[in-house]
Design a protein around this ligand. Structure first.
Ligand code: SAH
Length: 351
């Protein structure tokens, strides 16, 4: 297995069969080896700098019904909310003062936020904070809408593909959604010049070494600037509420593989990882991650943006406790920086 990790490190590539083998037969030693190399690659590309993103969860209305997601349309127990443009700007103001230079607007697919409304929000944020990057994460739209977002000034877009396997995709989503369409959106986003993020949940029901190998090949082919990977965590009010959660060990291993495959990728230690383990952020970074995304939403709505059970939102991962996070990063030899934190497409791999 060590030889496969080595080759991924040196060439950034493995065949589908090799990915399957590596994922199926990894040992503790393979994990350690992958993690250590991934850290070296992170340092080579980004030094000891950790980028921060202020996450503003601005609406939990959603027209979709993904089987895993707590804010799916059919969840009657979700208390719905949406933030006004003023609320969003107030979040940015607080975030800016704390040192954030990237804001991420994430939400369900909420028809209230028409292209016109989004355009106005994007323009206003970018005019008020010209030195900041703006990331959107609001799901699947048509090309024209993405173009409006881009021309209004949005810099980045997060749209996890969730799984690159057709059958697995259907197990996680209703028929109204398709993998084909989601992949098409990702290609459009890249074409329009967004720094684009794909990714998947670890341990989602039906995931296998085979589906994971497809995820890695898809990521390699798409070559996104960002990759979001976090454990699946069951939400009790969803059809997958009774399923097992993804594990820490699996998540850390796949983070390391992504870093080896895409050396300069922006790779967050996700909130979900922090939810399943109190030191999730540190462990993620020690497996190759270089981004953290503290919650910058108004405290009054945080509990309502409940994608999965137990989602953390007021501890050290809250923007207002950035000092604690900074301290934790320092303990592992890293440093939170006040910087837009763009992708450094230099692809430094070997030394
Ligand atoms: N509507 C946007 C944002 C979705 S929420 C979109 O479609 O892209 C952001 C991410 O949270 C999702 O892409 C999914 O990977 C993750 N997520 C949703 N439910 C989850 C769960 N139960 N466990 C772990 N991650 C989950």
């Amino acid at each position: 297995m060590r030889e496969l990790v080595d080759r991924l490190f040196r060439t950034g590539e493995l065949t589908e069969e090799e990915f399957r083998r590596l994922i199926r037969h990894r040992t503790k030693e393979t994990e350690r080896y992958a993690r250590d190399l991934a850290c070296q690659v992170r340092e080579k590309n980004y030094g000891n700098q950790i980028y921060i993103r202020g996450l503003i969860e601005f609406t939990n209305y959603c027209k979709n019904d993904c089987y895993y997601c707590g804010i799916r349309k059919s969840n009657r127990n979700a208390q719905r909310y949406r933030l006004s443009q003023e609320d969003i700007l107030e979040c940015c103001r607080q975030g800016y003062d704390l040192g954030f230079r990237t804001f991420v607007l994430q939400g369900g697919e909420d028809g209230y936020f028409t292209p016109e409304r989004m355009e106005k929000i994007i323009r206003t944020v970018k005019e008020t904070y010209p030195d900041c990057a703006l990331t959107l994460s609001v799901g699947e739209k048509d090309e024209e809408t993405y173009r409006i977002y881009r021309e209004a000034g949005a810099d980045r877009y997060l749209l996890r593909h969730e799984t690159a396997d057709e059958e697995h995709y259907r197990r996680l989503h209703p028929r109204s959604l398709s993998l084909e369409h989601r992949k098409g959106c990702l290609r459009t986003l890249k074409k329009l010049g967004f720094q684009t993020g794909a990714g998947f949940m670890v341990g989602s029901p039906g995931q296998t070494p085979e589906t994971l190998a497809e995820d890695f090949l898809f990521l390699k082919e798409l070559n996104p600037e960002m990759v979001g990977i976090g454990p699946f965590i069951a939400h009790r009010d969803t059809p997958l509420g009774g399923e097992l959660n993804g594990t820490l060990q699996d998540t850390l291993f796949y983070l390391a593989l992504v870093r080896l495959m895409l050396p300069d990728v922006l790779l967050p230690a996700t909130t979900a990882l922090g939810t399943i383990h109190p030191e999730g952020s540190e462990l993620g970074i020690l497996s190759g991650a270089n981004v953290v995304m503290p919650n910058l939403s108004p405290v009054s709505v945080r509990k309502k943006y409940m994608l999965y059970d137990g989602k953390i939102c007021t501890g050290d991962e809250a923007a207002e406790h950035l000092e604690n996070l900074a301290e934790r990063m320092k303990k592992i030899g890293c440093r939170i920086v006040t910087d837009r934190g763009d992708c450094r497409r230099s692809a430094l791999r070997a030394f």
